[in-house]
Unconditional design. Structure first.
Length: 107
């Protein structure tokens, strides 16, 4: 389990995450930052991070998040999750919608 900051001297946390994942680290990585920017969330996901939280998270919630990510699950802060869901919902795939409708009709 690695708790990674986004902004660090010499190498940012997203690039450090990417390098660790590319090196086949067995550790799960949780990004912690003060910067609530979509570009950091998306970059962290693309780099292979398992989670993304803001530094204003309550201490007990941070401990819980570390446990969740250490167990191999993913966890993103509420604001990041809302934006991820909204972005996903905006990407309309008519073929997928049609396939789901056909499955529901058969049920």
């Amino acid at each position: 389990m690695i708790l990674m900051d986004v902004r660090m001297p010499n190498l940012d946390g997203v690039e450090a995450t990417r390098r660790l994942v590319d090196a086949n680290t067995r550790a799960n990585i949780l990004i912690l930052t003060t910067f609530d920017l979509d570009e950091y969330v998306y970059a962290a996901i693309r780099a292979g991070a398992s989670g993304f939280l803001l530094k204003d998270v309550e201490p007990a919630d941070l401990v819980d998040a570390i446990r969740v990510v250490a167990a191999g699950n993913s966890l993103f802060g509420p604001a990041a999750t809302q934006r991820l869901v909204a972005r996903f919902a905006q990407q309309h795939d008519p073929g997928a919608s049609d396939a789901i409708a056909r499955r529901l009709d058969r049920a």
